[in-house]
Write a protein that binds this ligand. Structure first.
Ligand code: NAP
Length: 342
C-alpha cells in the first residue's frame, strides 16, 4: 500500500486552490490514510523541508511557488464514537469534506452544526480558523482533535482549551503554525436541537420558506440558500470566501468612529469589544463590485475577493493591500486577512 504513493515533481497547484491561481509545488503527494501520511513523512519528507498540507484549498492564497512538499489530505471518514440519549460524539478524519459532515449530522438528526452548512473546505482545516457562520462556531461543538507533530512525528491530542480558539483563529494559526497536521476532529452534537436564529437573514429566509415546523434540515436549507444567493461558487468564479476578518473595536473607538460615520454597523461580541462588518467598511470605500485588472471585489458581498480572469496570487494580494490601505485611510481600522497567504 504505502509504497504506491505517487510523488509528483513541480506539480501545478491551480486545481488545488479555490482562487485557481497558478503556483508550483516542488513535491506533491496525495494521501488517503493515516498510514500513508506517516509513511510519506517518514520516507520522503525531510524534517527541515517546508511542508504545506492542503485540504480543500479554500482558504489559501498562493503568491509563489512552494519550495517544499505539498500534501493533499484526502483521508475521509466519519464515525459515531459514542452516543447517549441526549448527545452523539462524532470523529471525522481531516480530509473529510466539512459539508459532508454537516449532511451526515442532518440525516441522523444530530443538531449543532447546521448553521455551518456549505462552508467549503475540509474537517482538518476547520479548527485552524475556528470556522464560523450565522452565530455558530466550530468551538461550540468541539471536543478534541488528534494532530501529528511534524517534528517528532508523534500523534498528540488537543482538547478545547489547548486549541485557544478565537474569532476565526486558533493556536494552529499562531504559536503552532505549520507544526502539526490535523488528523481528525471529534465533535459533540445535540439530539435535542437548540436553534441559533440570531441572524435576521436566517429568520427571514425561514419565514419565506413557509415551513410547518422548524427542523435542523430547514435551518440547513435556509443557510444553503443564503450562501448560494450571496456567495460566488468557486467553480464558476474562483474565490476563497471571506478574504478579511471582521475587525473588532473598543466601545470608545466606536463612539469616536460614530462622530464621523454615524451609520457604522456594529455587533456585540463575547468580550467587551464590538465587531464591525468588514464588508461594510469595504463598501464605504467604493470597492464593492469594482475590478482591479484581473481581480475584483464580488458585487454581492464586498468581503469576497475573486479571480475574474486568470489573475495571479500577487494580483489578488495587491488588491487586498489597496483595500486595506483605503479602509485604514477612511476609518483608521486595520483589516486582517482571514485567508492564509503563502
Ligand atoms: P452579513 O449578513 O452581510 O453580515 C455582515 C457581517 O455582520 C457578518 O460577517 C457577521 O459577522 C455580522 N453580523 C450580521 N448579523 C449579525 C448578528 N445578528 N449578530 C452578530 N453578527 C452579525 O454576512 P454574510 O457575508 O452574508 O455572511 C453570513 C455569515 O456567513 C456570517 O456569519 C459570515 O461570517 C459567514 N461567512 C463566512 C465566510 C468565510 O469564508 N469564512 C464566507 C461567507 C460567509 P460574522 O462573520 O462574525 O458572523
Amino acid at each position: 500500500m504505502s509504497t504506491e504513493i505517487k510523488i509528483f515533481k513541480n506539480q501545478e497547484l491551480q486545481s488545488y486552490n479555490s482562487f485557481a491561481v497558478s503556483a508550483k509545488a516542488d513535491r506533491f503527494a496525495k494521501v488517503e490514510s493515516e498510514d500513508e501520511l506517516k509513511y510519506l513523512l517518514h520516507t520522503h519528507v525531510k524534517k527541515e523541508q517546508p511542508l504545506l498540507v492542503l485540504g480543500g484549498g479554500s482558504n489559501i492564497l498562493l503568491t509563489r511557488n512552494f519550495p517544499g512538499f505539498v500534501i493533499q489530505n484526502a483521508i475521509s471518514d466519519i464515525n459515531i464514537i459514542k452516543e447517549n440519549s441526549t448527545h452523539a460524539w462524532l470523529k471525522a478524519a481531516g480530509g473529510t469534506s466539512w459539508h459532508k459532515l454537516v449532511l451526515y449530522c442532518i440525516e441522523r438528526n444530530y443538531a449543532g452544526i447546521e448553521n455551518l452548512s456549505l462552508i467549503p473546505g475540509s474537517v482538518g482545516a476547520a479548527p485552524l480558523q475556528n470556522i464560523g457562520a450565522y452565530g455558530v462556531e466550530l468551538k461550540d461543538h468541539f471536543i478534541s482533535l488528534e494532530a501529528l507533530n511534524i517534528k517528532s512525528r508523534k500523534t498528540e491530542i488537543f482538547n478545547l482549551q489547548d486549541c485557544e480558539f478565537g474569532y476565526r483563529d486558533s493556536i494552529f494559526k499562531n504559536r503552532l503554525k505549520n507544526k502539526y497536521i490535523i488528523l481528525n476532529v471529534t465533535l459533540k452534537l445535540d439530539k435535542e436541537p437548540a436553534f441559533k436564529l440570531s441572524y435576521g437573514a436566517v429568520r427571514n429566509t425561514l419565514e419565506n420558506m413557509k415551513i410547518d415546523k422548524l427542523s435542523i434540515k430547514a435551518v440547513s436549507d435556509a443557510i444553503i440558500f443564503l450562501r448560494q444567493t450571496k456567495l460566488p461558487d468557486p467553480r464558476k468564479l474562483p474565490n476563497a470566501g471571506s478574504f478579511f476578518k471582521n475587525p473588532y473595536v473598543s466601545p470608545e473607538q466606536l463612539v469616536h468612529l460614530r462622530e464621523k460615520h454615524p451609520h457604522i454597523p456594529s455587533f456585540p461580541t463575547e468580550n467587551d469589544l464590538l465587531k464591525i462588518p468588514a464588508a461594510w467598511l469595504i463598501e464605504q470605500c467604493q470597492w464593492k463590485g469594482e475590478r482591479l485588472g484581473k481581480t475584483g471585489v464580488y458585487h454581492k458581498q464586498a468581503v469576497v475577493l475573486a479571480n475574474y480572469d486568470g489573475a495571479s496570487g500577487n494580483d489578488i494580494l495587491a488588491l487586498s493591500k489597496k483595500i486595506q490601505s483605503d479602509v485604514y485611510s477612511k476609518f483608521m481600522i486595520e483589516l486582517s486577512p482571514e485567508v492564509t497567504i503563502i
